[in-house]
Ligand binder design. Structure first.
Ligand SMILES: NC(=O)c1ccc[n+]([C@@H]2O[C@H](COP(=O)([O-])OP(=O)(O)OC[C@H]3O[C@@H](n4cnc5c(N)ncnc54)[C@H](OP(=O)(O)O)[C@@H]3O)[C@@H](O)[C@H]2O)c1
Length: 250
């Protein structure tokens, strides 16, 4: 009975990009619901901070989703008790160098956006899904964006990356349609995180102004609630897509 009322309780959940923003809020929310959260990302100090905020129900693993060895060694680097991943949340992503006309941006930045947001997500799925396939169950939540279907000037690479996340996620759901593996895409709109500062080369003032200039911005906890909703369903119910936007938009 307890299982049905709280499907998140007791699950082992790996979150990429857990050191800040949406990943951090999601880790804390899921730990609060009784999950053991594995916080993955490149900055160990931030991950440790999130794990502490999760109240002891969390582990930390360094992970660069753009590094094939970092990803292929991921499961082996986890404590033995945490190698069965019930839920994978692919959240790591960025738009560093973005919001510029295509020819004026650096090709290294455009390629890095695609590598992290698309190839990185695929690498992590490829490392974790075989365990789910062997067990015949599991759940993958990919963090996409409304940028997948709302292109904007200066967003050529980021829009492309999130459109690819959408298509990839649809493809995954079809690949596992004859199993109990559930595939979810969460598409946030404007959300106040480190995302904008990272986009502007780490300029936190410019990042803050980006959100303050908008009519309204979501908080990371708003997206975490959507993710919790997707994980809160009984096994026969797949939340395929969730789009979350600020109530007031430009
Ligand atoms: N904020 C928004 O308005 C918004 C809207 C729609 C969708 N999203 C999506 O939401 C997701 C989370 O972003 P956020 O808004 O929470 O921004 P954030 O605070 O900047 O978080 C992004 C996280 O990704 C991690 N990351 C970046 N590159 C990585 C890599 N190569 N390997 C592993 N981790 C990496 C970063 O940590 P390290 O640098 O320490 O590794 C960071 O913790 C992203 O996929 C983003 O595209 C955001």
């Amino acid at each position: 009975m307890a299982e049905t009322s709280n499907p998140i309780n007791g699950k082992t959940i790996l979150i990429t990009g857990a050191g800040s923003g949406i990943g951090r809020a999601t880790a804390i929310a899921l730990a609060g619901r009784g999950a053991t959260v594995i916080c993955a990302g490149r900055t160990e100090a931030s991950l440790r901070d999130v794990a502490a905020a999760c109240g002891g129900k969390a582990a930390v693993v360094t992970l660069d989703v753009t590094d094939p060895v970092s990803v292929s060694s991921l499961v082996d680097r986890l404590p033995a008790a945490l190698r069965v991943i019930d839920v994978l949340i692919n959240n790591a992503g960025h738009d560093a160098g973005g919001r510029q006309r295509f020819d004026q941006g650096r090709i290294e930045d455009w390629a890095s956006i695609i590598d992290a947001n698309v190839a990185g997500m695929m690498r992590v799925c490829h490392a974790i899904l075989p365990g789910m396939v062997a067990r015949g169950e599991g759940q993958v939540v990919n963090i996409g964006s409304v940028a997948a279907f709302r292109s904007y000037p200066g967003g050529s690479a980021y829009n492309t990356s999130k459109a690819a996340v959408h298509t990839f996620t649809e493809g995954l759901r079809l690949d596992y349609r004859d199993s109990d593996i559930r595939i979810t895409e969460v598409m946030p709109g404007l959300t106040r995180t480190n995302f904008a500062a990272t986009r502007f080369g780490g300029d936190s003032g410019k990042g803050a102004a980006y959100y303050n200039d908008a009519p309204m911005a979501l908080e990371a906890e708003d997206i975490a609630r959507g993710i919790v909703y997707a994980l809160d369903q009984p096994p026969h119910c797949t939340v395929a897509q969730i789009v979350i936007t600020p109530t007031r938009e430009p």
